[in-house]
Design a protein around this ligand. Structure first.
Ligand code: ATP
Ligand code: MG
Length: 394
C-alpha cells in the first residue's frame, strides 16, 4: 500500500464560483499550504475540482486533518488510498483497506459505493460496486454486506489517471477562502458574542483587524490579556491580525459628568462606533463587525440599534443579529472560544453601568446630550492614543 498519507479535500461553495473558480481555488490552496507549513514535505495540489494533500506516512495524520479542517472554504476531508484505475488495482486496494479497518475498528459489515468520474472507464458505477464488493467478500471472510446500515461505507472514486478509496468524510466549516472578501474591523470585547461574530465574518473570506476598548485602571490588565487570548484563538482560523487597544475612560468620564445617567450606555456605544470608523478609515477596512444581537440587552433593542447605527456612515455587519443566545454559545464551544469568554473579568461596558438604561432611546435626545461634549476632540484623542497589539494564532 502507499507509503504516504493522501487527503482528498472538497471545496464546497468554492465549486459554485463560475468564472472566478480558479481564483478561489488558488486562494484555498495557498491557505492550506500556509497552515500545513509546519509539517515537512507536504504537497498540496488542485486536480479535477478537488484538492489533494500528500505527506509522508510518518507525519501525524490527525494533526494534519485538524489543520485542514480549520481552513475556511473546505467542505470536507477524506483520508484516502490511491491506486491505478484498473479493476484489479482497485480490488487489491479495497481489500488492503478493509483488512486494516477490520484490525483497527473490528468492522463486520460493509457496503461499496462507487463513482465513475471518468466516463470512459469500461465498467459502470453500480457494477464497480458489485465487483469490488465481491472481491472484498472473497478475501475477508469475516465481512458481510449490509446495504442499509454498514459498519463501513467504502467509497470508490474512479478517475482518469488514478482511483481513490476512502471511508470518512470529515466535515470542514465551509465558507470561503480567507482574503476573498475584503477587510473588516471587528469590535472585540471579552464576551461570548464578538469572537463568534468575528469568526463568522472571517469564514466568509473576510480579512480581520480588531479594536478593543478598555477603561484602565477600572478594568484590569488581566481583562485585556483575556481579550488577547480570545483574539489568538480566533487567529488560529483567520491568521495573525492587528488589534487596536483604546482607553475609553476619558470619554466615559465626560459622558458620566455631562449626560443623563440612563443614556450613558448608548452614548458610550456611539463613541465606540465612531472611534472604530476612524480606525477603519485609516486601516482600509470597509466595514465594522460587532457581536450585537436583537433584543439581547438594553443597548440592543431595535430602537437602540438604530441610534447606535446612526453614529456612523460605514456599514456595520452584525452576523449574530437573529441568533438565539444558546446557539451563539454552541458556536463558541465549537470554535473553542467559550471557556475563555466565560472567565469573569470586568469589561469597559460594565464600568459606570446605569441602573435603568433607556431601552427605547430617541435620537434627538441623544444628540442633544452629546452636544454638551466635545465629541470630535475626544474621538481624535482616543484614536491618537491607539496602541497596536499583534495577535498571533494560538
Ligand atoms: P459580547 O459578548 O461580544 O461582549 P455583549 O452581549 O456583552 O457582547 P455588549 O456589551 O452590548 O454585548 O456589546 C455589543 C458589542 O459591542 C460586542 O459584541 C462587541 O462587538 C462590541 N463591544 C462591547 N464591548 C466592547 C469592548 N470593550 N471593546 C470592543 N468592542 C466591544
Ligand atoms: Mg460585552
Amino acid at each position: 500500500m502507499n507509503n504516504e498519507h493522501i487527503f482528498i479535500v472538497r471545496c464546497g461553495e468554492v465549486a459554485l464560483k463560475g468564472m472566478n473558480k480558479p481564483y478561489f481555488e488558488r486562494m484555498l490552496v495557498e491557505r492550506i499550504k500556509k497552515l500545513l507549513k509546519k509539517f515537512d514535505g507536504i504537497n498540496v495540489r488542485r486536480h479535477e475540482g478537488l484538492i489533494f494533500v500528500r505527506g509522508d506516512k510518518s507525519l501525524d495524520k490527525q494533526a494534519i486533518i485538524k489543520e485542514i479542517s480549520k481552513v475556511f472554504g473546505v467542505a470536507s476531508i477524506s483520508p484516502a488510498v490511491e491506486c491505478e484505475s484498473t479493476m484489479e488495482s482497485i480490488g487489491d486496494a479495497a481489500v488492503q483497506y478493509m483488512i486494516e479497518a477490520i484490525k483497527e475498528r473490528g468492522i463486520k459489515t460493509f457496503k461499496v459505493e462507487a463513482k465513475r468520474a471518468d466516463k470512459n472507464f469500461p465498467v459502470k458505477s453500480p457494477e464497480i460496486g458489485r465487483q469490488i464488493g465481491a472481491v472484498v467478500l472473497k478475501e475477508c471472510k469475516v465481512l458481510k454486506v449490509d446495504v442499509h446500515n454498514p459498519d463501513c461505507l467504502l467509497f470508490v472514486d474512479v478517475r482518469h489517471d488514478k482511483s481513490y478509496i476512502y471511508q470518512d468524510k470529515i466535515a470542514g466549516f465551509g465558507g470561503l477562502p480567507l482574503g476573498t472578501n475584503g477587510k473588516g474591523l471587528t469590535l472585540l470585547s471579552g464576551g461570548i458574542d464578538s469572537p463568534v461574530a468575528t469568526w463568522m465574518m472571517a469564514k466568509r473570506g473576510m480579512i480581520i483587524e480588531a479594536v478593543h476598548f478598555h477603561s484602565y485602571p477600572y478594568t484590569s490588565q488581566r481583562a485585556q490579556e483575556k481579550v488577547e487570548e480570545l483574539a489568538s484563538i480566533v487567529a488560529t482560523y483567520c491568521g495573525r491580525f492587528k488589534m487596536h487597544v483604546i482607553n475609553l475612560l476619558p470619554i466615559q468620564e465626560q459622558i458620566v459628568q455631562n449626560c443623563p445617567e440612563e443614556e450613558t450606555t448608548i452614548i458610550v456605544r456611539r463613541f465606540m462606533m465612531r472611534i472604530a470608523q476612524k480606525i477603519a478609515e485609516k486601516t482600509g477596512c470597509g466595514m465594522l463587525i460587532t457581536g450585537e444581537n436583537l433584543g439581547q440587552v438594553a443597548s440592543q433593542t431595535a430602537e437602540a440599534l438604530v441610534v447606535t447605527d446612526s453614529s456612523v456612515t460605514i456599514p456595520v455587519m452584525r452576523p449574530l443579529i437573529a441568533m438565539d443566545k444558546v446557539d451563539i454559545m454552541d458556536k463558541a464551544q465549537e470554535i473553542g472560544t467559550y471557556e475563555t469568554s466565560i472567565q469573569p473579568y470586568e469589561d469597559c461596558c460594565t464600568v459606570f453601568l446605569p441602573k435603568h438604561p433607556v431601552t427605547k432611546p430617541r435620537l434627538e435626545r441623544i444628540l442633544a446630550s452629546e452636544s454638551k461634549l466635545e465629541c470630535d476632540r475626544l474621538i481624535d484623542e482616543a484614536v491618537e492614543a491607539d496602541e497596536i497589539v499583534d495577535i498571533f494564532p494560538q
